[in-house]
Write a protein that binds this ligand. Structure first.
Ligand code: ADP
Ligand code: MG
Length: 238
């Protein structure tokens, strides 16, 4: 569960090609980070995996099933955004349980899953609050909690920490690493922050104008950057 294969995926916005034939195998349980400068296509690639953006060409295979044309709800993935997109009029508990409620899950099951997620994310004391009574870091935890309760085969993160201040970003980075250890699920994480990429990733995919400049472990990229673009981006010694 949670193996994801990209087979020569392309994205065109009318005559503009922004993803230029990407092949990639993501292993079950892997923490993979897409990194690269603004506009290189990170979000577009992630959104195609999540089903929020149509794949122009190529195929997406999850656990040996071709999901290229499947709607987001059929892919078993869950996406966490930079803007938390919480419902302001609902409590933390209801925000976290909402997708299960919509799916018709029994109340007892919803309560159990929300409590489990709250425990993992240390939100137990905040379940009755509204989002506006939470800090930025707590809001992002709720957004992550909303994903956890759905028990996805993989988590997709699009710059989840970029709205937080520097200290909180470091703390949440640590939390996300711990979450990966706890859940053991595949995580695909988009960032333009090299430090985030280097500290979180099992493997990093460096994107450059819609193509893969290099894929490798943080160490491989640091010690043997494939080209100057990667070296400069990763900050390898010249
Ligand atoms: P990143 O997340 O790496 O900053 P994006 O995936 O958001 O990059 O964007 C990649 C390229 O695709 C950019 O040139 C962007 O302007 C373009 N793009 C993204 N979404 C659209 C869209 N809906 N229509 C047209 N062009 C788009
Ligand atoms: Mg983006």
């Amino acid at each position: 569960m949670g193996a994801i294969r990209l087979e020569h995926i392309e994205k065109w916005f009318e005559s503009l090609q922004v993803i230029k034939g990407i092949d990639l195998e993501i292993e079950d349980g892997e923490f993979i980070v897409f990194v690269g400068p603004s506009g290189c296509g990170k979000s577009t690639l992630l959104r195609m995996i999540g089903g929020l953006e149509e794949i122009s060409r190529g195929n997406l295979v999850i656990d040996d099933r071709d999901v290229t044309s499947d709607p987001p709800s059929k892919r078993g993935l869950s996406m966490v955004f930079q803007s938390y997109a919480l419902y302001p009029h609902m409590s933390v508990r209801d925000n976290m349980g909402f997708s299960l409620k919509t799916a018709g899950a029994p109340k007892s099951e919803i309560a159990e899953k929300v409590d489990d997620a709250a425990r993992i994310l240390k939100l137990g004391d905040y379940l009755d609050r509204r989002p506006k009574a939470l800090s930025g870091g707590q809001r992002q935890r709720v957004a992550i909690g909303r994903s956890i309760v759905r028990d996805p085969t993989a988590f997709l993160f699009d710059e989840p920490l970029s709205n937080l201040d520097a200290a909180l970003r470091v703390e949440m980075r640590y939390e996300i690493a711990k979450l990966h250890q706890t859940l053991g699920r595949t995580m695909i994480y988009v960032t333009h922050d090299q430090v985030e990429a280097m500290t979180l990733a099992d493997r990093i995919v460096v994107l450059e104008f819609g193509t893969i400049a290099q894929v490798g472990t943080p160490r491989e990229l640091y010690e043997r950057p494939a080209n100057l673009f990667v070296a400069e981006f990763i900050g390898s010694p010249a």
